[in-house]
Design a protein around this ligand. Structure first.
Ligand SMILES: Cc1cc2nc3c(=O)[nH]c(=O)nc-3n(C[C@H](O)[C@H](O)[C@H](O)COP(=O)(O)OP(=O)(O)OC[C@H]3O[C@@H](n4cnc5c(N)ncnc54)[C@H](O)[C@@H]3O)c2cc1C
Length: 443
């Protein structure tokens, strides 16, 4: 089937108003959040329900036309944009929010629901979503499942895979799988839900998700603590655990990043200057911090506005970096003992090959997860190569939480064996026999 016939068939499935072909209306779907990855698409298709997604995928598979599933388009590895002329399947119309079940503390939501909408919905029932991230206003639950998002509460509640108790998805041949019952115990063979989490749109298009919600703490405090280096930050988190604090989040950043944020937002320095900072968030009263040894000059807050004010210094890093130029964003994990040495080494290595570049590091330190941002370096992949190889050589991972996408495919063999990659390919062939789902991602 030719392109025109396929588009006509898609119009028949979703309605012509939901097949976007004009260059101006397609534009926002064709470039990623960083501006680094862009392509063009013959059309953006916006199905309104699972059946429509299934018929769209089946028609594309029959036509041999590749598709890119897209949620909020906040992914940072170029996985959500059409780099080779794929059709974009936007899931944003699938944003229904089911009632929160008080007994099981579960909720069934559409894959296109934005995280912030689901958070508000859960909060109205006195509950919370176990994963939180700064892109909450746009990132969708389906995208978060597809990337197995980590985020700010990973330390406390784990990543997206742990919050998902069932999902519905359309596989590459248009068939629908829906292990959605949400039973606490259901030991009946392969874990399709777990397999689709983190599959980055290469095995199926997630259409609905049953989430396990969590109980938010009654009281919460936040401290911004100056520290000499990341090793000290990691040590303080361990001390906080030892002192009995229920740590909800532990984020780290450096003075250059803090100053960048201050300039970007017109804010003053929050604490005396230091090499690095730990943002510690715990469930409990502020005076518990006194039990944690080695904390000087911390700024603390317990009320919502004060806590949000401290969190801004961390959460605004991504926007402040983007304002400098198009960043190369490399999200890596290190063994905790190597985190600080990695931070020093990576700056030295990047400076050697890109002397004029700006390097900003921040991340979820208690998880060993650093986001390495490089702006103003070469356009090619030389910086990526150095950063990812440095992480792998220290026993780390080339992707902590953002996924592989297009950006890191080349380096997957650094952390996955030939045998593992061969198994990946066989799984892909089984669930997407025509190879139409996100063919430029992961493998
Ligand atoms: C400011 C900022 C902060 C961020 N902080 C974090 C963080 O702390 N932790 C973290 O893990 N990430 C973070 N991210 C990255 C991003 O928000 C996450 O990867 C998020 O999960 C992407 O969701 P999305 O809906 O925007 O997905 P998209 O960007 O639209 O897509 C991401 C990938 O998932 C696929 N996909 C999307 N929807 C579906 C679907 N329904 N079915 C199948 N595949 C699908 C796409 O094809 C693509 O491969 C951040 C991003 C920004 C901009």
């Amino acid at each position: 089937m030719g392109g025109v016939e396929l588009l006509d068939e898609l119009r028949g499935i979703v309605g012509s108003g939901h097949v976007l072909v004009g260059a101006d209306v397609r534009a926002g779907y064709e470039v990623d959040w960083t501006g680094r990855f862009r392509g063009t698409s013959p059309a953006v298709v916006r199905p309104g329900g699972t059946d429509e997604v299934a018929r769209v995928v089946e028609a594309c598979a029959r036509a041999g036309t590749a598709v890119v599933p897209q949620g909020g388009n906040t992914g940072l590895v170029g996985g959500s944009v059409p780099l080779q002329g794929e059709i974009v399947v936007s899931l944003r119309r699938l944003d229904a929010l089911g009632p929160v079940d008080a007994a099981s503390r579960q909720v069934l939501v559409g894959a296109g629901a934005a995280l912030a909408a689901v958070q508000a919905h859960a909060a109205a029932a006195g509950l919370a979503v176990g994963v939180d991230l700064a892109a909450r206003a746009s990132a969708t639950i389906g995208g978060m499942v597809a990337t197995n998002a980590g985020g700010l509460s990973f330390l406390r509640h784990g990543g997206m895979r742990r919050q998902v108790v069932g999902l519905e998805a359309v596989l590459g041949d248009g068939s629908i799988v829906a292990p959605l019952r949400g039973l606490a115990k259901d030991n009946t063979g392969y874990d399709l839900t777990g397999l689709l989490c983190g599959s980055e749109g290469t095995l199926g298009i997630v259409t609905r998700v049953r989430l396990q919600l969590v109980q938010p703490p009654a009281e919460r405090s936040t401290a911004l603590v100056p520290v000499p280096d990341l090793a000290a930050a990691v040590g303080l988190v361990a001390s906080a655990h030892r002192a009995g604090l229920q740590v909800e989040a532990a984020e780290g950043f450096f003075d250059d990043g803090l100053l960048l944020v201050c300039r970007h937002l017109g804010l003053a320095r929050p604490t005396p200057a230091s090499t690095a900072y730990l943002l510690l968030d715990w469930a409990g009263p502020v005076d518990q911090l006194a039990a944690v040894a080695g904390i000087d000059d911390a700024v603390v807050a317990t009320d919502a506005a004060g806590r949000a004010g401290l969190w801004r210094y961390r959460e605004a890093h991504s926007d402040a970096i983007n304002a400098l130029g198009v960043p190369h964003k490399l999200d890596v994990t290190l063994p905790l003992a190597d985190l600080d040495a990695f931070a020093v080494e990576v700056r030295t290595r990047v400076a050697a090959i890109a002397p004029g570049a700006t390097v900003v590091l921040f991340g979820h330190v208690a998880d060993g997860n650093l986001h390495v941002n490089v702006v103003g370096g070469p356009d090619d992949d030389t910086v990526d190569d150095v950063v990812l190889r440095t992480a792998a050589s220290r026993g780390g991972s080339i992707s902590a939480e953002h996924g592989i996408g297009t950006a890191k495919r080349r380096w997957l063999p650094l952390v996955r064996s030939e045998e593992e990659l061969a198994a990946y390919r066989r799984i892909k062939a089984a669930l997407d026999p025509a190879g139409i789902l996100n063919p430029n991602v992961l493998l």
